[in-house]
Structures are given as C-alpha cells and as structure tokens.
Ligand binder design. Structure first.
Ligand SMILES: Cc1cc2nc3c(=O)[nH]c(=O)nc-3n(C[C@H](O)[C@H](O)[C@H](O)COP(=O)(O)OP(=O)(O)OC[C@H]3O[C@@H](n4cnc5c(N)ncnc54)[C@H](O)[C@@H]3O)c2cc1C
Length: 428
C-alpha cells in the first residue's frame, strides 16, 4: 500500500511536469525539459527518503524496519542518479543555449548563487551515497557513517531552496504551496517521531538497567525496568533502539529485539558481542539510565495468516523468536521452533525454550553443525523431513543476512509461498 502510494506520488510529479512542458525540438529546450523532469523527481525522491527514515510507526510496523531500510538504500541510488542526471542535462542545455563549451557553461552556471547551493547540496548527497556503498560502509565506523548521513538534511534543504526558485515549482502558486506543504509535513514527522516522541517516552518510562546476566559465549541479557511499560505497546518480535547513558555508550542508539514479552514493567534484551558497543554493554552497571525509542518492526503476530507457524532462528536471531514462541496463540502442535546454531554450546535460552515447548506442546528442534558442512539442515528436503506439512505454515524467520537469504530460498523451494515468509535481518 505504501509502495503504491509512493509510486502514485511519482506519477503525479511526472504529470505536474507534463502539464508544464512546452514542446520544442530545439536542442537546448530538449535538454532543459529532461533536466526539469529529473529535477522534480529527484526533489520528490529526497522527500520520500526522508519520510522513510522518519520512523513513523505506521510505516515501521506495516512495512518492517529492515524492508524500509532496504527501500531507502535502493531509492537513494535512484535519487542520486536523478540529481546527477538533472545537473548534467541542465549543464548541456545551458551550454547549447549560450553556445559555449561545457567548462564555460559550468563556470557560468556556478555564478548563480541558487545553482551553486544546489551543487553543494548534491555534493553532500553524493558523500552520503559513497559512504553507504557496501564496499565503503563495511570499512567506516557506524558513527562516522551516521554523522555523514546527517548531512542529508543540509543537502535536502539546499535542494529545496533550489526547487522553490526553479521554474517547475515557482511557476504557479499552487505548485509552490503544494511543494512547501509536502516538505513541511515531512519535517514535522521527522521532528515528532525522531525528537519529541523519544524525549516524551524517556520522561514517561524512566528506564534503568536492573541486571546484566550472562547467557552464553559472548552473549548477555540486559534486564531493564521502567514505569508504565504497558503503554509502550511493545509486542513480541519487535525491537527498540537503545541508548545506555554511560560515558562510552550514550552517543549511539543500538537496535536490539525484545527477547521476552514485556512483563511487570520489565523489558529484556539479549546482546551478542559484535563490536565495541556490544562489548561495553556486557559491563553495564545496574541503575544505568536507558533511553529507548520504539517499538519498531513488523515481525509480530499480526503477520500471521495461518494456523500453523514455523519460527526459524539463526544464532542471536533467536531473540525475537524466543518472545514469539512464548506468546503466539496456538494449540498443541501448531507451533514449531527450529533453532540453527553452529554448536550446542552456542544455544541460548535452552531451559526457557524447552519449558515453553513442554507447556505449549510445541515442537522444538536444534539444527546444529557448522555452516558449509556436507549436511545442510536448512536444505528443502531436510526441512520437509522435519515438517512434512511445511507448505501449510506461516514462517517467521530471523538470523544473519546470509542465513536468512539461504533459508528463504530453501523454504520457497520446499513449497512455502514467499508471502508466508516473514523475515527480519539484524543489519541495516
Ligand atoms: C532490527 C535489529 C534487531 C537486532 N536485534 C539484536 C538482538 O536482539 N541481539 C543482538 O545481539 N543483536 C541484534 N542486532 C544487531 C545489533 O544491533 C548489532 O550487532 C550492534 O548494533 C553492533 O554494535 P557494535 O558497535 O558492537 O558493533 P559494530 O562492530 O559497530 O557493528 C557490527 C554490525 O552492526 C551494525 N551496527 C552497528 N551499530 C548499529 C546501529 N546503531 N544500528 C544498526 N546497525 C548497527 C554495523 O553496521 C555492523 O554491521 C539487531 C539489529 C537490528 C538491525
């Protein structure tokens, strides 16, 4: 539904361009016409990118945070291409119009302050795009990547000024008003959901670390206590972004799923050491204040369409599955949890999972063994051997990206329709 709305928006922007086009076969006019379309769509695209990252609950819950992040990453490439395409076409149009070469045309165009500002804005968006490219992203620290990403707001503001002065938007009162209203709406959503709501939540719930307890090799659970946590409406399967107010952790908000349902004003997350921040979480002291935003994520009971459910967890991806295993409605035999891990020592919550399985008459299987071994417990035939009626299940899946991709492919080959596979990846 959101995708359809966004595509309709792009079609309307194209229509807006279409009604303003004055047909001409002159070369400069052709370049200018193309530049205007690319520019309008780029402006719209930037707006959509900001909207996707505004953390609007309806978007985060309806689409799912990891999917939204993937749309944002893909959309970002289109937006950058449109910005650059707009610049190149406008430059060629100006050169053809003034009868100069591209270098002189560049100098001429940069003489206009509005265009120089738009070029600077595009430069900032390019910097954001470069640091987000997969090859670069893995080499830069998350904080550096985030700091560069914040430049998007400045880039978008510079682009907005350019659009409001340009002929497509400035041409009529209606388009100026419409463009300004759309931008104002997105700015309000950003401020509300990224600034006001977290502060309000912090004052309301007053979260503090109650206990940090070891769960397994390099894995700890952090138990957090607060006030009125039922008003958070955090559902099993969801995650929050956590900021621990401790000297070396307060600058970063890290996403962690709830590893147990919210109960008696207590939340629990379970954290595997991945880098510096997760290592520091192991040493958190009781009483440390916590800021949490959320809940986010669409991997909840609402996704369910079938009576039988398979929960498939890989590694620390067990955290949301553990909470769902306890709470998803279902009678004897309706629920199955398959938990993939390299070795039995790496299994988390064994006692809890076995107690839940016994109490609910649910099935629980550990799929152990190194990845890449001759026997693959996630192969379609292995999955079908465990669950002959696999195709009749809804599947909730959470694990590292490679495991989630392989498992999705295997499930589809085993006959599970793609729309019945609900996945979350622990990376974005
Ligand atoms: C929706 C979601 C739910 C998650 N739930 C859990 C969970 O229940 N238990 C668990 O152990 N892990 C979970 N993770 C993964 C966890 O957030 C990362 O392992 C952790 O943020 C790494 O931080 P680090 O600084 O120690 O490691 P780094 O070495 O800095 O990063 C390791 C990896 O985590 C990514 N990462 C780092 N910081 C962030 C951030 N602020 N936001 C997003 N990604 C980041 C990096 O890009 C990198 O790929 C979840 C991730 C997501 C996206």
């Amino acid at each position: 539904m959101l995708r359809a709305a966004l595509l309709t928006g792009a079609a309307l922007v194209t229509l807006l361009w279409g009604v303003q086009v004055r047909p001409s076969v002159r070369l400069d006019a052709l370049f200018a016409t193309g530049a205007h379309l690319a520019g309008l769509l780029a402006g719209y695209g930037v707006l959509v990118m900001l909207l996707l990252m505004a953390r609007v609950p309806a978007v985060e819950h309806g689409v799912g945070a990891d999917r939204v992040a993937r749309w944002h990453a893909l959309g970002g490439r289109y937006v950058l291409s449109l910005c650059l395409g707009h610049g190149v076409l406008a430059l060629c149009g100006y050169a053809a119009h003034t009868g100069t070469d591209l270098l002189s045309a560049t100098r001429g165009l940069l003489g206009y302050p509005g265009i120089a500002a738009a070029v600077a804005g595009t430069g900032l968006l390019v910097a954001v795009g470069v640091t987000s490219a997969r090859a670069v992203r893995h080499r830069v620290r998350h904080e550096t990547w985030r700091a560069v990403h914040l430049l998007t707001y400045l880039g978008a503001a510079l682009g907005f000024g350019h659009q409001m002065a340009g002929p497509d938007v400035a041409g009529s009162m209606f388009t100026r008003w419409l463009w300004a209203m759309l931008h104002a709406t997105v700015v309000v959503l950003l401020l509300w959901y990224r600034c006001v709501v977290p502060v309000r939540q912090t004052l309301r719930h007053s979260l503090r670390v109650l206990e940090v307890r070891a769960e397994g090799p390099a894995v700890v659970s952090v138990v957090i206590q607060g006030i009125g946590l039922d008003r958070l409406r955090a559902e099993p399967g969801q995650f929050l972004r956590w900021r621990f107010l401790e000297r070396r952790l307060w600058r970063t908000a890290l996403p962690f799923s709830l590893s147990a349902p919210v109960r008696d004003d207590v939340l629990r997350i379970t954290v595997k050491t991945a880098g510096d921040h997760t290592r520091r979480i192991r040493r958190l002291r009781a009483g440390t204040r916590v800021l949490a935003t959320g809940p986010f994520g669409a991997l909840t009971a609402h996704k369910r369409t079938r009576r039988k459910v398979l929960l498939l967890a890989g590694g620390v991806g067990i955290t949301p599955m553990r909470a769902l295993f306890e709470t998803l409605p279902g009678g004897p035999g309706d629920l199955t949890l398959l938990y993939r891990a390299g070795h039995a020592d790496q299994l988390l919550f064994r006692g809890e999972l076995e107690a839940i399985a016994a109490a609910r008459q649910a099935r629980l299987h550990y799929l152990l063994g190194p990845s890449g071994a001759a026997f693959d417990p996630l192969a379609p035939q292995a999955l079908r051997a465990l669950l002959p009626d696999l195709a009749e299940h809804d599947v909730f899946l959470c694990g590292p990206p490679a495991m989630a991709d392989a498992a999705t492919a295997a499930l589809v080959r085993a006959g599970v329709p793609l729309e019945n596979i609900h996945a979350e990846r622990f990376n974005f």
